[in-house]
Design a protein. Structure first.
Length: 572
């Protein structure tokens, strides 16, 4: 029967042509090479670079009538993956990846390997559903998972079982880095690896009266990650403080530091902050990439007309551009993407940041060091003597920094910075409140960009729904500030979040930015000189064609990028 089934399967070349991966002429030429070499057709196509491994696997999945999965687009259940020993998983090139109803979904390079399926079925104790994935992706995932997770758990459980005291566990935590067998050292390595794998931006380690809770912030939302025994609290915090070069003896004051972690061959900078609480010290670890991601300004979610307005501002040789929004709204990402566009061997670009979140080649990056006297204001003064073309100021926090930055933008420099305001219209008067003269603000600021980050809908499980503007609870003023195209339409088809295995049943996967660009026109400059309120500035800007955060977001709801609920979560 098996031979009959194979005989009736469609040919792989036919499937590749049908999927528009290759042409019939390429298949004909490859078949001639196959006859001469004796190789399989797929190997010939790979050797000649006609198809990519992923395309070939996708075609094989079609041939075997099996689902194809791209493991890079899925979150793997770590606990499930640990059910199979690493060596066995690598030998079979197969690993459990997630649950689906009462079955275990297993990614396999060869899903017709009956022996492998039997071994996996026996180990997981459930029915298995094979899906096809690229062998390299499976082996990479196996390496990522490793087998340290279960070993660490066993070691920690043994340590707890021996009733070791806080002091003893803390001693184990502060052993030299070559003490790789220390359970706390292994635990922290595992914690960082798991956070990176789940694309977490922050790790929260929070003690309570009777346990220790660890949460990850993924796509801007916190969720439970693990709950180690509370007896390990002192060891975990001590190890993190040692790695971040923080005083482990000081437990009464907040402290901050920085460490570097290497996960899967990639370096990540981790910013650490400890906070004394009534139940002991808590810690928050923010994960930053050591090098810039390299994405251009066009990759972060701008609508075309919004990008055109913003680009017109930063392509000027001088002036100040401000990016506003709360902490965690992607301001630094936008500034780095802007610098990526501006980076050029003919320009001298200098930054002052606190901290330097991503390192960029060809740019002089300076980090604030308050203890050594290196503040934003002092660095800016020295920058002006270093012949800069473009300067990035990580954040305008005080009047002195604001004044120097604004004056620098008037003397032939392009200055990029961030400011904490709720929207773009409030930024000019915020500078005035800091002590910058209104005429300086009006003549130097080129544009203000406000932004928020919203979760992106999972395209695999979203469901259509009607969105009616009159049901969104907008007051008259908020409704009047919407774009005319939205008001005229009144209702449109959007989507709602559902949840599936691909998005860890959240309904969302990834994030994108919602924007508001305020160009400093003559009308806006006149309002700044007259000390007008932010609401008046906003009204005039909207009448001149500005797209507000809410309008930009609703357009993206209409595009199917997110939901109304998510938009109103991030845009008040």
């Amino acid at each position: 029967m098996a031979e009959l089934a194979v005989a009736t399967r469609r040919r792989i070349g036919e499937i590749l042509v049908e999927l528009d991966i290759v042409t019939e002429a390429q298949i004909t030429a490859a078949l001639e090479t196959q006859r001469a070499s004796g190789k399989r057709l797929g190997d010939v196509l790979l050797d000649e670079g006609i198809v990519r491994p992923r395309d070939l696997v996708r075609a094989l999945a079609t041939q075997f009538d099996l689902p194809f999965v791209d493991l890079d687009d899925h979150t793997i259940d770590i606990d499930l993956a640990q059910l199979i020993p690493q060596q066995l998983a690598a030998r079979h090139r197969a690993m459990p990846v997630w649950r689906e109803d009462q079955q275990i979904v297993v990614a396999m390079a060869n899903p017709v390997d009956v022996l492998a399926l039997d071994d996996i079925r026996a180990l997981v104790g459930r029915q298995v559903k094979p899906v096809m994935a690229e062998a390299a992706q499976i082996l990479n995932a196996i390496d990522r998972m490793g087998h340290s997770d279960s070993r660490v758990r066993e070691t920690i459980q043994a340590a707890v079982g021996e009733n070791r005291q806080y002091a003893e566990i803390a001693d184990a935590a502060i052993q030299p880095d070559n003490s790789a067998e220390a359970p706390i050292v292994q635990f922290i390595d595992l914690l960082l690896a798991k956070a990176v794998q789940e694309n977490a931006s922050d790790i929260h380690i929070e003690p309570s009266s009777d346990d220790l809770r660890i949460r990850f912030r993924v796509d801007g939302v916190l969720h439970e990650a693990m709950a180690p025994p509370s007896s390990l609290r002192a060891g975990i915090i001590s190890r993190i403080k040692v790695m971040a070069d923080i005083d482990i003896a000081e437990r009464r004051l907040p402290q901050d530091g920085r460490l570097t972690a290497r996960v899967n061959g990639q370096e990540f900078d981790v910013r650490v902050a400890t906070i004394p609480t009534v139940h002991g010290e808590a810690a928050v670890l923010r994960i930053l990439q050591s090098t810039a991601r390299g994405g251009g300004i066009g990759t972060i979610g701008f609508l075309p007309e919004q990008l055109e307005r913003f680009r017109a501002a930063y392509e000027r040789p001088w002036g100040a551009i401000l990016v506003t929004g709360p902490t965690g709204s992607g301001k630094s990402t936008t500034l780095y993407a802007t610098l990526e566009e501006l980076r050029d061997p003919t320009r001298n670009i200098i930054t002052i940041e606190d901290p330097v979140e991503s390192r960029m080649d060809g740019i002089k990056q300076v980090q604030v060091n308050t203890k050594a006297g290196m503040t934003f204001a002092r660095a800016l003064r020295s920058f002006l003597r270093a012949d800069p073309d473009i300067m990035l100021v990580g954040e305008i926090r005080d009047g002195e920094t604001a004044t120097i930055a604004i004056e620098a933008s008037l003397t032939g420099h392009l200055v990029l910075s961030t400011l904490h305001t709720n929207n773009s219209s409030a930024a000019p008067m915020r500078l005035v409140e800091m002590g910058v003269e209104p005429f300086l603000v009006a003549s130097s600021v080129s544009a203000v960009l406000a932004q928020r980050l919203a979760r992106r809908l999972c395209e695999k499980c979203r469901e259509p729904r009607e969105v009616r503007l009159d049901q969104l609870g907008l007051d008259d003023r908020a409704y009047s500030l919407l774009s005319p195209d939205l008001r005229d339409e009144g209702a449109f088809e959007g989507y709602r979040a559902v949840g599936c295995d691909s998005c860890s049943h959240t309904g969302y996967r990834g994030r994108f930015a919602v924007h508001e660009v305020l160009p400093m026109t003559e009308e806006i400059s006149a309002l700044v000189l007259a000390h007008a309120r932010a609401e008046e500035v906003e009204r005039v800007a909207v009448d001149s064609g500005m797209i507000t955060l809410r309008s930009d977001g609703l357009r993206k709801v209409k595009m199917g990028l997110t939901t109304v609920e998510e938009l109103f979560r991030v845009v008040s």
